[in-house]
Design a protein around this ligand. Structure first.
Ligand SMILES: C[S@@+](CC[C@H](N)C(=O)[O-])C[C@H]1O[C@@H](n2cnc3c(N)ncnc32)[C@H](O)[C@@H]1O
Length: 324
């Protein structure tokens, strides 16, 4: 990846964790705003990010007016790389006298003029061809950013993920949970509601030398997790059909995404989480993605990250057994 200015797009609520991740990798964070971190000198794709785009145009955010938008797009884009088929996807904050398709078409037409490429508009709902370059426009209230994805597919689309189950987790959120679990070689790590294995597979990428056990009561979920793990070279994770309320053993870390009662029944969740006290070693840590009312009592909450995913507002909580 080139050492240019990059827009790193994130799930709402993970912005500062992504900023930490890229800083730890030696990059300079230029700015953090809702769902976005602007970075200089990115060397590797951040695992907690949703997607990454290389910046080719910047202008002050023109505000509400449509006329101002056209002028800002001209000012931002004086040259661009390209050719071939491309699509544009735009988002903005605040009230505007234009919609996202107006922004996309203005930028798309400008890019087509500058590059000779073929712009595919999303205005009529026609799905763009797979073989395309993807441009991203963001009006964040301060700046108009125009950027291009340097990869063929979004960063959050993981090569290992061939199967999902109802309620499967967005991989960058799983990567953030694994990061917060502070995994170390030799740790025994449990996901008692493992579904298709997203959390442990992302954890395994972060810490290959830990020992992982994924449990789910649904045999189809365990089959999906096994099939996903088979895509990952050397991923030796134990997967087991079982009930979270009857887990035994001793673990250094529990990292899990129990059902929220939205897409997957959550009747057994409280009893399953109560079990964590019995199986977590002294000094152990649990990281869970839960709805607010599911945060268990009697634990020390060491970290709390409110997210916005799929129209819901779950929390990642980092829990240690209470000292009381
Ligand atoms: C939200 S999904 C987990 C999704 C998973 N993180 C993924 O990305 O695929 C919750 C899972 O908990 C499982 N589950 C629900 N109650 C359970 C219980 N009592 N014991 C074990 N698994 C249970 C469901 O079968 C479901 O696969």
């Amino acid at each position: 990846m080139r050492s240019a200015l990059m827009l790193v797009r994130t799930v709402a609520g993970l912005e500062w964790l992504v900023a930490e991740e890229v800083t730890a990798a030696g990059c300079r964070v230029v700015e953090v705003s809702r769902r976005q971190v602007v970075v200089e000198g990115l060397v590797a794709p951040p695992r907690m990010a949703d997607d990454v785009f290389e910046v080719y145009g910047v202008a002050p955010d023109p505000g509400r007016a449509r006329a101002g938008l056209a002028a800002a797009v001209r000012a931002a884009l004086r040259s661009a790389p390209g050719g071939g088929v491309f699509a544009v996807s735009a988002s903005f904050v605040g009230k505007r006298n234009f919609n996202r398709y107006d922004v996309e078409d203005l930028v798309g037409q400008r890019l087509a003029r500058l590059t000779g490429g073929q712009y595919h508009s999303r205005r009529d709902g026609v799905v763009p061809p797979d073989e395309r370059t993807e441009w991203r426009v963001v009006l964040d209230g301060k700046t108009l950013w125009v950027a291009r994805r340097p990869y063929a597919v979004p960063l959050h689309r993981r090569p290992w993920r061939q199967h999902t189950v109802r309620g499967s987790l967005h991989p960058p959120v799983a990567a953030a949970m694994a990061h917060l679990a502070d995994l170390a070689p030799g740790h025994r790590v449990l996901d008692p509601f493992c579904g298709a294995g997203t959390v442990l597979l992302e954890a395994r990428l972060l810490e290959p030398a830990a020992n992982y056990l994924g449990v789910d009561r649904d045999p189809a979920a365990i089959a999906a997790a096994q099939a996903n793990a088979a895509q990952m070279i050397g991923a030796s994770i134990n997967w087991r059909v079982g009930d979270a309320r009857r887990i035994g053993g001793s673990f250094d870390r529990i990292v899990s995404n129990p059902p929220w009662g939205v897409r997957v029944d959550a009747a057994d969740v409280a009893a399953g989480i109560r079990r964590w006290r019995e199986v977590l070693r002294p000094g152990g840590v649990a990281v869970a993605l839960v709805m607010g009312e599911q945060v268990p009592c009697g634990w020390q909450v060491r970290g709390r990250y409110q997210l916005a995913v799929a129209g819901r507002h779950p929390l990642i909580v980092v829990l240690g057994p209470s000292r009381y």
